[in-house]
Design a protein around this ligand. Structure first.
Ligand SMILES: [Zn+2]
Length: 354
């Protein structure tokens, strides 16, 4: 990404170029923004500029080998760290950002203005909190201790350092304080007050301003990336399944089960399971009179509250236990046709016991 491609915050871009041109490069920098304002785009453009072998007129060339690697986010000396958790899209028991790098790249390349919830959806951990855990610190320290592959800067772009716990920060602190030569840390935060003081105090901070209405519209236009399509497809499947089960139509429910088993990959099938668990949690919250924390979209409220009335209290908890088993079995290569047929049967019996 070149500065020319960044929308908004021309002043910040100018300041970054001037820092690079005059050699006043901060080894640790903290960019703070309201989410979606483009700090990541600016950070990527800045690192691309620093590493470009032929920068011109205050921007990277976009054509040299380093720029080409940056344009795919595969530069070997540029590392990304972001909050993660265990989820259906990785089999790693202690996942780090590396475990999800493929999904991060897809998301950031399609739309570097993504929000935290876009990221959670992209890596399949919607129902969990993302964290930057100590395994991440170990991974970063070992990668930074390797010699740079190219001639430029080794950089770590940290998305949401506020999700880092004390132990992780302690591990990283020495490196942030006294980074190896030509090593940069760029932190991007949405809540600077939550960034651990030990890290914050060592950074030069930069405010990234919210986009104007026109700029936000351009972001929208430039990124026809439709991350809602999977959501809508899953929602339709889930709603059909729930309506069939609650109305006592076992045949229709089994057909929904077959459609889920027919999703093109195991990852998609597990993705659906995660999605369905979240939906069921919403129903459960409504049943518990906690709809204010169920976070149900207005246009979906009628559906959820209808379902909350139709399935008994034990249904949700049984469903969550059952679907967790399904996810584990998918990983063990059990036939998904059998798994989802069994799940549908259990759901049905849970409401219509024989
Ligand atoms: Zn270049």
């Amino acid at each position: 990404m070149r500065f020319a491609d960044v929308i908004g915050n021309a002043d910040v871009a100018e300041a970054l170029v001037s820092m690079a041109d005059t050699g006043r490069i901060a080894h640790a920098m903290l960019m703070y923004e309201n989410e979606g304002s483009g700090a990541l785009a600016l950070a990527i453009a800045y690192v691309q500029y620093l590493n470009c072998s032929n920068p011109q007129n205050g921007d990277s060339c976009g054509e040299c080998p380093s720029c080409r690697q940056m344009s795919k986010l595969i530069h070997p000396d540029v590392h990304f760290v972001f909050p993660v958790n265990k989820g259906p899209k990785t089999s790693d028991d202690k996942p780090t950002s590396e475990s999800y790098m493929k999904y991060w790249r897809e998301l950031a390349l399609a739309n570097p203005y993504f929000t935290e919830s876009d990221l959670q959806r992209a890596i399949g951990i919607e129902s969990k909190n993302g964290l930057i855990a100590v395994a991440e610190a170990r991974s970063i320290i070992s990668r930074l201790s390797l010699t740079a592959v190219a001639d430029g800067y080794k950089t770590v772009i940290f998305y949401l350092p506020e999700k880092m716990n004390q132990e992780t920060a302690n591990r990283l602190l020495k490196m942030v304080e006294e980074p190896p030569e030509k090593t940069l840390f760029i932190f991007i935060t949405h809540s600077p007050e939550k960034v651990l003081q030990t890290i914050f105090s060592r950074c030069q901070s930069i405010r990234v301003m919210p986009l104007t209405k026109e700029e936000a519209a351009r972001v929208q236009e430039m990124n026809p990336f439709d991350d809602n399509s999977e959501y809508e497809m899953f929602m339709e499947l889930f709603a059909d399944l729930m309506r069939a089960v609650t109305s006592g139509d076992l045949q229709a429910a089994l057909e929904c089960g077959e459609s889920i088993a027919g999703l093109e990959s195991r990852e998609k099938q597990k993705g659906f399971c995660t999605f369905a668990s979240q939906c069921i949690r919403k129903i459960f919250m409504i049943q518990q009179n906690m709809s204010q924390i169920a976070a149900v979209a207005e246009h979906e409220y009628e559906f959820y509250s209808d379902m909350a009335g139709k399935c008994g209290k034990g249904f949700c908890l049984r469903f969550i236990t059952n679907i967790e088993k399904v996810v584990a079995m998918i990983d063990r290569n059990v036939s998904s046709k059998i798994l989802f047929c069994d799940l549908v049967n259990r759901m049905y019996l849970s409401i219509w016991p024989r």
